[in-house]
Design a protein around this ligand. Structure first.
Ligand code: 58G
Length: 220
């Protein structure tokens, strides 16, 4: 999967080009292509924003620079264009899995008071929010989306780690334990040491249900 990110702050993405995603990139499964919106300013001071028509606080990103940045992407035929915004549809695991099936995603990160509506109306297919709060830019939401979607791209993680986990079945995960067998007087649940696979499976299923009832009854 190719991610194309339109941003004024491409350097913010350096950290996610590491870890899980670096391994996926090596395998050629995922690539993050950063497009600096400022490179498309025709202004001698590389200005990309201006004051809002009708007045009001702050600055708005001009539509022409965003359009030119978008036009510079070559493989945009079957790409989905996403604008990260607090007005978007809330991201959840179902949407993450749906997006992971796309070949190319173009992510547009706004700043200041946002981007001129006309270019958004022209190029955006879907507006997505990572939660009901306002951030100074769309970069952190774009990274959240890239991280969550990448995990489902074939070959990035083992099947096991994605198919059994939280939300895949609308249940929270059962608790995990490792050595030592006793920690500050607390023992690891006996069943997990028993080696009885069917009992372990049943215990974990019961725990998942119990934890979901207690912490997230809205999921049931
Ligand atoms: C209102 C405020 C409209 C995504 C800011 C547009 C982006 C939160 C999220 C904006 C974001 C989220 C400018 C800064 C979008 C623009 C960006 N804040 N909840 N802020 O996913």
């Amino acid at each position: 999967m190719q991610f194309y990110v339109l941003t004024l702050f491409p350097e913010m993405f350096e950290p996610i080009k590491q870890s899980i995603l670096a391994r996926a990139s090596e395998k050629g499964l995922i690539d993050i292509n950063l497009i600096n919106i400022r490179d498309f300013s025709k202004n001698k001071h590389k200005k990309v924003d201006d004051t809002p028509y009708g007045g009001g606080a702050g600055m708005v990103i001009r539509p022409d620079v965003v359009y030119d940045a978008y036009s510079s992407i070559k493989n945009k035929e079957n790409a989905k264009v996403i604008y990260l915004s607090p007005q978007g549809k809330k991201l959840n695991q179902k949407k993450v899995i749906e997006l992971s099936k796309k070949e190319n995603l173009i992510l547009i990160c706004g700043h200041y008071e946002g981007i001129d509506q006309r270019v958004l109306d022209e190029i955006v297919d879907e507006e997505i929010s990572i939660g009901d709060y306002v951030l100074t830019g769309g970069e952190l939401p774009a990274m959240v989306l890239i991280d969550s979607v990448s995990r489902y791209v074939d070959g990035v993680l083992t099947q096991d780690s994605t198919k059994e986990e939280s939300f895949a079945n609308n249940l929270l995960e059962y608790p995990q334990y490792t050595r030592p067998e006793e920690f500050r007087g607390q023992k690891v649940p006996e069943v997990l040491i028993s080696g009885h696979h069917e009992n372990i499976r049943k215990w974990r299923e019961e725990k998942s249900l119990e934890i979901t009832k207690m912490k997230r009854p809205d999921l049931l």
